[in-house]
Design a protein around this ligand. Structure first.
Ligand SMILES: Nc1ncnc2c1ncn2[C@@H]1O[C@H](COP(=O)(O)OP(=O)(O)OP(=O)(O)O)[C@@H](O)[C@H]1O
Length: 384
C-alpha cells in the first residue's frame, strides 16, 4: 500500500491541488455552476474543432499505411474478443445526440481504421465488452465496432470531470501528441468523438494489460525477457525523441503488453514537444522515476526519459526500482547521489548498461543508439 501510494504520479498531486483551488473558487462550488462548467467545456471542445480535424486526418493516414497488419491482428483480437466478451457485461447508456468533432466539414471524410468513416460515430455503434481498467479520468472498455467488427479500446471520460479537475490542456495535449504517433511500440490513438456528456477516445486494444501488474505477478524477469523489453522501449523512446517528443512519465504502469510480449507505451498526458535545443523546467513524472536534474529543478530535455529507461531496466531485473525508500525525501536523496546497489544475481552486462543509463550528468548517459548495440542486448537477442 505504501509502495502504491508512493508511486502515484505528481500528476495526481497537481490534480488534487487543482481540486483544492477549484473548491475555493466560488464559481465551481455548487450545483448550478457544475452545469456552467459542462457548458463551458463544450465550448472549449468546439473551439478545438480545427485541431481535432487535423488530428483525425493524421490518424487516418497512419492507420491506412498499416492496413494489412492491423487487419491480421484484428482477426486475432476478434477471436479473443469472442472468448472474453461477456453478454452480461453491463452496457453503458449511449447518447443518441452524438456528433463527431469536425463532422460537416468540407474536408474529405475521416476514415475509421482506413475504411469506415468516423463521421457521426456514436457510442451505440459499439458493443461494449469487459472493463480493461480505470484511470483518474475515465474507464477503459474493450469494444467492438458493430458494423465493421473492429476491436478497439475506448476510454470514456466525463467532460465535467475534465473541466472540474482543470486538465483540459493536458487532455488536448495527450490527443494531439498520441494521434500523430505511428510506431509498433506506442499505443495508437485512432480518433475520438464526443456527446453532450462524455468524450470517447478510440485506441488500439492492448491485450495483456500493464507491465506493472505483470511484473508484480511474474517478475522479476530473467535477462532474456528483460533485455527484450528494454530493446523495445529503447526503440519507442528513440522514435519519440526523433519527433522531438519527451514522454516525461515513463514507468511500468504506463507500459502495456500486447501479444508476443510486444510492449506499447501509453499515457501521453505529460508528453511534450520540445523544440530543437530547448530545455524545460516543469516538474513532472513519478517519484521513483524522476531524474536528478528534475529533482534539482534544473532545466532538462529528452535525457530524463533515458534515465527513466535505466530505472525500468533495473526494476525488470530486480523487481523494485533502484532508489525506492519509505519516504519521498529518502528516495530523492538517493537519486541525487545516484546511490545505486545491485543484488548479487544481476549480471555484469546488465549492471554495465543500467549504470550507463543512470548517470547523474545527463550528457554522460549512454545514447539510445548505443543501448540497442549494448552487449547485454546482443548476447540475449538470439534467445528472444
Ligand atoms: N489501449 C488499451 N488497451 C488495453 N487496456 C488499456 C488501454 N488503455 C488503458 N488500458 C487499461 O486501462 C487502465 C486505465 O487507463 P487510463 O489511461 O485511463 O489510466 P492511466 O494510464 O492510469 O491514466 P491516468 O494517468 O489518467 O490515471 C490502464 O491502466 C490499462 O490497464
Amino acid at each position: 500500500m505504501v509502495i502504491k501510494d508512493k508511486r502515484q504520479s505528481l500528476q495526481q498531486r497537481n490534480m488534487l491541488l487543482n481540486m483544492r483551488l477549484n473548491s475555493s473558487n466560488p464559481n465551481l462550488s455548487n450545483h448550478s455552476t457544475a452545469a456552467t462548467a459542462v457548458a463551458g467545456n463544450n465550448k472549449i471542445l468546439k473551439n478545438n474543432n480545427t485541431s481535432a480535424l487535423n488530428i483525425m486526418s493524421n490518424a487516418t493516414s497512419s492507420s491506412a499505411n498499416n492496413g494489412s497488419g492491423i487487419n491480421k491482428k484484428n482477426e486475432l483480437k476478434n477471436k479473443l474478443w469472442r472468448m472474453s466478451f461477456s453478454p452480461k457485461s453491463k452496457p453503458m447508456t449511449s447518447t443518441k445526440n452524438t456528433t463527431l468533432i469536425g463532422a460537416g466539414s468540407k474536408r474529405s471524410p475521416v476514415a475509421f481504421v482506413g475504411s469506415y468513416p468516423m463521421k457521426d460515430l456514436k457510442f451505440c455503434d459499439f458493443e461494449i465488452g469487459k472493463k480493461l481498467g480505470k484511470g483518474k479520468f475515465g474507464k477503459v472498455y474493450c469494444c467492438r465496432h458493430i458494423k465493421t467488427g473492429f476491436i478497439c479500446a475506448i476510454k470514456i471520460m466525463d467532460k465535467s470531470e475534465i473541466l472540474t479537475y482543470n486538465v483540459t490542456k493536458q487532455f488536448r495535449n495527450e490527443i494531439e501528441i498520441q494521434s500523430n504517433l505511428n510506431h509498433e511500440n506506442l499505443t495508437k490513438l485512432y480518433g475520438f468523438f464526443h456527446d453532450s456528456k462524455r468524450v470517447y477516445l478510440i485506441m488500439e486494444y492492448i491485450y495483456n494489460g500493464e507491465l506493472y501488474s505483470i511484473l508484480k505477478k511474474n517478475g522479476p524477469f530473467n535477462d532474456i525477457v528483460a533485455s527484450n523489453f528494454v530493446f523495445q522501449l529503447t526503440n519507442a523512446i528513440r522514435y519519440l525523441h526523433k519527433k522531438r517528443i519527451i514522454h516525461r512519465d515513463l514507468k511500468p504502469e504506463n507500459i502495456l503488453i500486447d501479444f508476443n510480449n510486444v510492449i506499447k507505451i501509453t499515457d501521453f498526458g505529460w508528453s511534450v514537444y520540445n523544440e530543437a535545443g530547448n530545455k524545460r523546467k516543469t516538474l513532472c513524472g513519478t517519484i521513483d522515476y524522476l531524474s536528478p536534474e528534475l529533482i534539482n529543478s534544473k532545466e532538462y530535455d529528452g535525457l530524463i526519459d533515458v534515465w527513466a529507461l535505466g530505472i525500468i531496466a533495473y526494476e525488470l531485473i530486480v523487481g523494485t526500482p533502484p532508489f525506492e525508500e519509505d519516504t519521498k525525501e529518502l528516495t530523492y536523496k538517493r537519486i541525487k547521489n545516484c546511490d545505486l546497489n545491485f543484488p548479487a544475481h544481476v549480471s555484469q552486462d546488465a549492471k554495465n548498461l543500467i549504470s550507463s543509463l543512470l548517470k547523474l550528468n545527463p550528457s554522460e548517459r549512454i545514447t539510445l543508439t548505443d543501448v540497442l548495440k549494448h552487449p547485454w542486448i546482443n548476447k540475449n537477442k538470439p534467445f528472444w
